[in-house]
Design a protein around this ligand. Structure first.
Ligand code: SAJ
Length: 421
């Protein structure tokens, strides 16, 4: 195998394309966004990720990676296009994956391997994707083999995780399992495990379900703690001293492109999961709780609030499905003034991002919604005079409470009873 064509040059596709090119394959990166294609052909990354600029320069200079808007003939195709989530239907929108299948179908012949990394509901490869390719006159097991290899990587540490994480390859037969395994082992240092296509699809979903359900547990415990006047952060820390307990951290909800989305795949079908649905509801309603916390501290109606952090988690510039978006939406629905400060995200389509001083001017309450390291070093003394009322709600437990109290702020921590001071 010499040529690999990778469709979708986003958070997953671009680092994958670079790593495959670095290990000696000729890689054709395909994206429908002309700007991305142009940037990559000039050796410039459109993503901010640790280590990516240097690696991209290397594979660009060597000629091992170039970008195009359309696929070219290759021995393997990796599909890393988005599967957006249809919020109303609670279903994956497979249109991009389907369109990628149509784009590659004219080139498939002689056991070409089609590797899907995009997250899809369990069963979708065999139920939707293989039949789709076969309607173009191709035969599975002869012209192509469809392999499912779920991505495993966290934004901000993608390159590292793609190299060192263990990977699962779901393949329909030995030949494609070996071919995919050979391709991935050229850049993956973690173990590679072979299984069926359907099991691999299920693994992807349950990895994220595991986290979603456990975060929901932490969030529900936080609500109980506020009611019974304890500090859940202290209780979790102590409970986690048990060798077999590892409770996750409460927060304003769950964001990102996967954990807030994939669990829904198990909520429909013939055996819908009550537990997963309950976890989704708990995590999805945490922004409502944050709004209720604001109402408890401000004494002006409507208040002005400042949301610190639009990113879905700390130190990343990705704000897809971020709970901050829901907090802003709920506040605006009630006629509140909302300003947003995020020193890590460059810009958003939806909201202007302000400088710190502008964001807190005349504000009645700061909400720490994202655990960016930069927030814990903000000096409350310098912003305190700019605020109309001095309230801060820390949903991530990253502030030094005493420091903020000394600067005149009423400090509230999600998951901590208000009687505790
Ligand atoms: N969060 C909490 N409390 C916690 C941990 C996380 O509230 O204790 C929140 C975060 O703030 C964020 C959300 O959950 O809003 C998700 O963050 P995350 O760091 O748990 O996960 P992601 O979405 O960045 O990446 C996950 C990873 N999956 C797992 O850890 C099982 C990653 O390996 C996957 O590749 C990725 O989803 C994906 O694409 O599926």
């Amino acid at each position: 195998m010499k040529r690999v064509c990778i469709l979708g040059l986003g958070y997953i596709g671009l680092p994958t394309a670079i790593l495959v090119a670095q290990s000696g394959y000729q890689v054709i990166g395909v994206d429908t966004d002309e700007d991305i294609v142009t940037m990559l052909n000039n050796g410039i990354s459109h993503l901010q990720e640790a280590g990516i600029d240097i690696l991209l320069k290397e594979v660009h200079d060597s000629g091992n990676l170039y970008a195009r808007k359309e696929p070219e003939e290759a021995d393997a195709y990796i599909i890393a296009v988005p599967t957006p989530f249809d919020k109303d239907e609670k279903q994956a929108d497979l249109r991009c994956v389907i369109s990628a299948m149509h784009m590659i179908s004219p080139f498939l012949r002689d056991h070409a391997i089609v590797i899907v990394e995009s997250t899809i509901p369990p069963g979708a490869s065999e139920r939707v994707l293989v039949p789709l390719l076969e309607t173009t006159g191709l035969t599975s097991g002869k012209d192509f083999d469809l392999v499912y290899c779920p991505e495993r990587g966290m934004p901000s540490n993608l390159v590292n995780e793609m190299v060192y994480n263990e990977r699962i390859i779901g393949a329909p037969n030995e030949r494609s399992a070996n071919a995919a395994s050979k391709l991935y082992s050229s850049f993956v240092k973690g173990a590679i495990h072979i299984t069926t296509v359907r099991t691999a699809e299920m693994c992807k979903v349950i990895e994220n379900v595991y986290r979603d359900v456990n975060i929901a547990l932490a969030n529900e415990l936080a609500l109980i703690a506020e009611d019974v006047q304890i500090d859940i952060w202290e209780a979790i820390e102590l409970a986690n001293k048990h060798p077999r307990v590892n409770i996750l951290r409460p927060g304003p909800g769950v964001g990102g492109h996967c954990i807030a989305v994939d669990p829904w795949f198990l909520c429909t079908g013939s055996t819908p999961s009550d537990l997963v649905r309950a976890a989704r509801r708990i995590n999805d309603t945490m922004p409502n709780h944050v709004i209720a916390m604001v109402k408890q501290v401000v004494n002006v109606d409507p208040p002005n609030i400042t949301v610190f952090g639009i990113a879905y988690k700390g130190n990343v510039d990705d704000y897809r499905q971020s709970p901050s978006l829901r907090i802003i939406e709920l506040a605006e629905d009630q006629g509140w003034g909302v300003k947003v400060y995020d020193p890590v995200v460059k810009k958003t389509r939806e909201y202007p991002l302000l400088e710190l001083e502008e964001a807190v001017r005349d504000s009645d309450c700061i909400i720490i919604a994202t655990d960016h390291d930069k927030f814990s070093t903000i000096n409350p003394v310098s912003i305190s005079p700019l605020m109309r009322q001095k309230n801060v709600i820390d949903t991530r437990n990253i502030l030094d409470k005493e420091r903020w109290q000394k600067a005149g702020f009423t400090h509230r921590l999600l998951g901590r009873g208000t009687n505790l001071g």
